[in-house]
Design a protein around this ligand. Sequence first.
Ligand code: ADP
Length: 426
Amino acid sequence: MKSAPHILYIEDNEFNQRLIRKILEPAGFKLSSAFDGIQGIKQAIDLKPDLILMDLELPQIDGLGAATKIKSLPGLAKVPIVALTSKTSKRDRDQALVAGCDGYIEKPINARTFADQVRRYLKGEHERIEPANKTRILRDFNVTLVNKLQAKIEELEKTNQELRQSKEELLHAYEQSQNWNLELQRLTRLKENIVGITSHELRTPLSIATGYIDLLLEGMLGELNDDTHRVLQISQTSLAKMSDLITKITDLTRLALKKFPMNLEVVDINEIFKNVREGMSFFMKIRNLDFHMERSDEPIWVQADPNLIEQVLSNLLKNAICFTPDHGKIEVKTWIQDNKGWFEIADTGIGIKEEDLEKIFDEFYQVTDVNYHKTGQFEYMTRGIGVGLALCKGILSELGGKIGASSSGLNQGSSFTFYLPMVTQE
Ligand code: ADP
């Protein structure tokens, strides 16, 4: 059985593509489609069709250019090309024939006779052009080609120029970002130095003042009346807070400089949290906070410095207490999954806006609302200086873990979750 004649239809209009397919396929033809001049030439080379139907107004290379190119290719010179177009003047027709088309069918096509027309062209029928016209049309055709080429070159040159300009702009932006980067590095170093020196310089007078207050409180420098005793106790608490802050800031700087000393041991997160919770249960009680805990069945063994883990857990519980109004709820959950020990603390407090969820882990970042700023330690809305979470993040990442926060928004509560890699038991 003779195989179905293979037709390549080069046409950018999908409606026309469907229409011709509907007519030719039932009439026993096999149809392939291309949607622009360049794709058409490539398909012609790949498929070697028995006949090509060519729209003349195509994107990229138009139908005349595509026909000329296809006819110049050795394996395709004999494949009939039939122009299928709504350009109906004699000049258009002659130009198509000069460009290499063998036939010319005008749109709209006649659905009843179309398949037969195609069959005739397949059998070798082709239209001729009067020799006298041929030279003139060839010359016109050449001029048209040169004009198109010129327009394309100009277009390319313009694109090239735009590209060069974008490249320069990009280069400039890159240089600027490099400068900013250097400036940022310089400022970071400056900040680390200032923080380091200031913390160090503050420590000495602080320990002298603390020492004298201790001496006074112990009565080593004479008897104290009740008022003086109370005032000195308040001063002692304030100095202790200051010392705690300086330690936190120094720790942060050391973490950033990767000079953080750690005394690693195998510890159980559940056990450490038990102590932390006991230490703060008084504050939860006076604030009427409801506390719940769901502990993992097994201990969560991790390799870490117990003091630092305690610091992380205290900070998270302290924040949950501080940012949850009286009669609120705090829930802690620990579990083991994928060789990691997980810890989650959720509260029903003031919540965190989505845009702040990452920033709260930055050094000295607070979601500030000065109206609410209080300096107590466990009161509602009490804030520090925004180093606690940065320290938690730094410590956990130093130990191979990670922390994140989530919240459904303001006054919707918050939850903080972290994991640490577990120590594998032999
Ligand atoms: P601070 O010492 O100021 O509390 P942190 O680094 O511990 O610093 O926390 C940074 C900021 O993150 C806090 O000032 C607060 O705005 C927000 N935050 C931390 N924990 C909570 C929480 N549980 N609920 C709501 N906001 C929180």
